[in-house]
Ligand binder design. Structure first.
Ligand SMILES: Cc1cc2nc3c(=O)[nH]c(=O)nc-3n(C[C@H](O)[C@H](O)[C@H](O)COP(=O)(O)OP(=O)(O)OC[C@H]3O[C@@H](n4cnc5c(N)ncnc54)[C@H](O)[C@@H]3O)c2cc1C
Length: 558
C-alpha cells in the first residue's frame, strides 16, 4: 500500500484558531430516516444538531418505494421473517442482530403510525405487500409506491416539533474531528459560512450509502459514500465493503432517469421476459421473479449477454390493468413520460447499484470502534444484512439503529455531565495536510467521476473477476495518487476524494474475497468457501483487510 493512496488524515487544513466553533451535545451527520430517527430518540434536555448536505428531502429515504418489512399479520411469525433474512444473507448475518431487529419492527412501525404516517390500508387493516425473498406478505407501504415520501413527511413534521433540534441544510461534512480520546465532532462547510468546527459530546454518522460510485444506480445524486470515507480517515473499522447490492429492475431508457421499479411489481405478479418476450426466471430459480435480488440480477445479466441486448423487460400485461395503475401510480406516471403504459407495454429494465451492505462496523447500540462516534442506517455494517440484504429490511434497520444510537448517545452524555455545559475547545493541533494546490482547479473533476462510475460498473458490478478487479485497482490508485493529496475548496472535490477512497476499499475487498457469496459474485470463483464465512474488516492504520469471525448466536429463538 502507499500512503498516497490511503490519503491524508484530513481533506483540508483548518487552523482551530481561524475557524468558527459551535457546540452541541449530539451531532447527527445526515438527515435521512436513520439520522432523524436518532434525533427523535435524544433526551429533550440535550441539544441536537443535524447536518445534511442537501435539504431534508434529498436522501435515499425520501426515494424509498416498496416499504418497510415487519411481522404485523397474525398469520405471519417472527421466525419466518428471521428465516427469510438469514436465507438471503448468505451465511454472514449475525443471528442475534436479525432476531432483535425483526422483533422490534412492529414497535417501530406502530410508532411511525402514531407520528402520522398514513400507510396504505385494505379492509380496515394495513395492506401488506410481498417482495423477493419474503415467504409472507409483510411489507407496509404508503402512497402505493412512494413509501419513503410519506414516512419522511411524518418524521420531518415530528422533528420540527423538537425545540432542542437545529437542522443545518446544505452543509457538507468534510471530516470527523478526532483526538486521542476519540471523536469530538466534525468539520463542516456551507456556502454562506465556509468552514465551522462543530464540537459534540457524541457524534452519530447517518450519511447513507454509496450507489453513486456506479454508472447505473437507483440512488439520488448525493449518495457518494462520504460517511464511509470520513469514518475511514478517522480510524473507524469498516467491514464487508465488497457487498454492493444491485437492484435487478431499474428502468433503462436512454436519456431518462434510472428509476427503480419496485420489487413489489414482481410481488404483484409481473414477469421478466427477454427481447423475444420469453419468460426466463423459472429457468434460474424455482422462486422465479420472487427469488432474492442477487439471483434475479445475475439471471438478467446472463440473459442480456445471451440475447446480445442492453436490457430485459418487465411484463405486466397479463394482470388487471386498473389494479396495476392504482397500486403503482408513481411508476405508471414515470413510464408514461416515456410513452409507456406500465400495465400494457413491456418495460425495459436492467440492474443498477442500489444498496451498500458493507460499511462502518457498529455494535448493538450503534457504537463504532472510535469512542464517541456512533453510526446508523445504510452507512453501517450492523450484521443484519449479511452478504445480501432482504428487500425492505433497510428502512427498518435505519429506524431500529437510529433509535438506539440516539438514545444511547444521549444516555452517555447525561451520565458524564453532571456539572452542566463546558464550552472549552478541546486541544487540537492544526491538522497537517498538503498546501492548497493552485493546480487543483485544472483537474476536470466531472470527467474523473464519470470515468470512476464507468470503471466500477464494468469491473466491480454484478459479476467480478480477478483480472478486471486488478485493472480497476491499478486505475483507481493512479487517480488517488494525484487527486487525494490536493486540497479542494468545495464539495465537488471532497466528494470525489471520498468516492475514490471508498472505491479503492470496495475493489480491494472484492479482490480479497476469493469466493462467491451473497451479492458478491466472482466469475472466477463461483462457489462459496466455508473458510470465508467471515467478515473482511479494515482499519486505516493497517490498510490491510483481516478476516473477522462471526459472533456465535447467544439467544435461543422461540
Ligand atoms: C430508489 C430507492 C428505493 C428504495 N426503496 C426501499 C424500500 O422500499 N424499502 C427499504 O427498506 N429500503 C429501500 N431503499 C433503501 C433505503 O431507502 C435506504 O437504505 C435508507 O433510506 C437509508 O437511510 P439513511 O438514513 O441511512 O440514509 P439516507 O436516507 O440516504 O440519508 C443520508 C443523509 O446523509 C446526508 N449526507 C450524506 N453525506 C453527507 C455529507 N458529506 N455531509 C452532510 N450530509 C451528508 C444526506 O444529505 C442525507 O440527508 C431504497 C433506496 C432507493 C435509492
Amino acid at each position: 500500500m502507499s500512503d498516497v493512496c490511503s490519503g491524508p488524515r484530513y481533506l483540508v487544513s483548518f487552523g482551530p484558531k481561524r475557524v468558527p466553533h459551535c457546540f452541541t451535545d449530539v451531532l447527527i451527520l445526515g438527515g435521512g430516516l436513520a439520522g432523524l430517527r436518532a434525533a427523535l430518540a435524544v433526551d429533550p434536555a440535550l441539544s441536537v444538531t443535524v447536518v445534511t448536505k442537501d435539504d431534508l428531502r434529498g436522501s435515499s429515504s425520501q426515494w424509498a418505494q416498496g416499504g418497510i418489512a415487519g411481522v404485523v399479520d397474525p398469520e405471519d411469525r417472527f421466525d419466518n421473517h428471521v428465516a427469510d433474512t438469514l436465507a438471503a444473507g448468505g451465511g454472514l448475518c449475525h443471528e442475534d442482530v436479525v432476531d432483535a431487529v425483526v422483533r422490534e419492527a412492529p414497535t417501530r412501525i406502530a410508532e411511525l403510525i402514531a407520528w402520522g404516517t398514513r400507510f396504505d390500508a385494505a379492509n380496515g387493516s394495513l395492506a401488506l405487500g410481498r417482495e423477493g425473498g419474503h415467504s409472507h406478505h409483510r411489507i407496509v407501504h404508503a402512497l402505493g409506491d412512494a413509501t419513503g415520501r410519506e414516512v419522511m413527511r411524518a418524521v420531518i413534521e415530528r422533528t420540527r416539533q423538537l425545540e432542542n433540534l437545529s437542522v443545518w441544510p446544505d452543509t457538507f461534512t468534510i471530516d470527523l474531528v478526532t483526538d486521542e480520546s476519540g471523536c469530538r465532532g466534525a468539520l463542516v462547510w456551507n456556502p454562506s459560512h465556509g468552514k465551522t468546527v462543530v464540537w459534540a459530546r457524541r457524534t452519530i454518522l447517518a450519511t447513507g450509502g454509496a450507489g453513486q460510485l456506479y454508472r447505473e444506480t437507483t440512488n439520488p445524486p448525493g449518495v457518494s459514500g462520504d460517511g464511509m470515507a470520513l469514518a475511514w480517515r478517522a480510524g473507524a473499522e469498516l467491514r464487508d465493503m465488497e457487498f454492493m447490492q444491485f437492484h435487478p429492475t431499474v428502468l433503462y431508457i436512454a436519456g431518462g432517469a434510472r428509476s427503480l421499479i419496485t420489487e413489489a411489481v414482481r410481488g404483484a405478479g409481473a414477469w421478466l421476459v427477454d427481447r423475444d418476450g420469453r419468460r426466463f426466471m423459472p429457468e434460474f430459480d424455482p422462486r422465479a421473479e420472487l427469488a432474492p435480488r442477487d439471483v434475479v440480477s445475475r439471471a438478467i445479466t446472463v440473459v442480456m449477454h445471451r440475447t446480445h441486448h442492453a436490457n430485459v423487460y418487465l411484463d405486466l400485461s397479463h394482470l388487471d390493468a386498473p389494479t396495476v395503475r392504482a397500486r403503482f401510480p408513481g411508476m405508471a406516471e414515470t413510464c408514461a413520460k416515456f410513452g409507456l403504459d406500465l400495465a400494457r407495454d413491456r418495460i425495459p429494465v436492467r440492474p443498477g447499484a442500489h444498496y451498500m451492505i458493507g460499511g462502518v462496523t457498529v455494535d448493538d447500540s450503534g457504537r463504532t470502534s472510535v469512542p464517541g462516534l456512533f453510526a446508523a442506517g445504510e452507512v453501517t455494517s450492523s450484521g443484519l444484512h449479511g452478504a445480501n440484504r432482504l428487500a425492505s429490511n433497510s428502512l427498518l434497520e435505519g429506524l431500529v439503529y437510529g433509535a438506539r444510537a440516539g438514545a444511547v448517545a444521549a444516555a452517555e452524555v447525561l451520565a458524564e455531565r453532571p456539572g452542566g455545559d463546558d464550552f472549552r475547545v478541546p486541544a487540537l493541533s492544526a491538522p497537517r495536510v498538503a498546501e492548497p494546490d493552485p493546480g487543483a482547479a485544472a483537474l476536470d473533476l466531472a470527467d474523473i467521476r464519470n470515468s470512476l462510475q464507468s470503471l466500477m460498473w464494468r469491473h466491480v458490478g454484478v459479476e467480478r473477476a480477478g483480472p478486471g478487479l486488478g485493472e480497476a485497482l491499478d486505475t483507481v490508485e493512479g487517480w488517488c495518487r494525484y487527486v487525494l493529496p490536493r486540497q479542494f475548496a468545495d464539495p465537488q472535490g471532497w466528494q470525489l476524494q471520498n468516492m475514490l477512497q471508498v472505491a479503492r476499499l470496495m475493489i480491494r475487498s472484492a479482490l480479497e474475497r476469493v469466493e462467491t457469496r451473497g451479492v458478491h459474485f466472482r466469475a472466477d470463483h463461483p462457489e462459496p468457501r466455508p473458510d470465508w464465512r467471515a467478515h473482511l474488516a479494515w482499519l486505516r492504520c493497517d490498510d490491510r483487510p483481516r478476516l473477522e469471525p462471526l459472533p456465535p448466536p447467544a439467544v435461543a429463538r422461540s
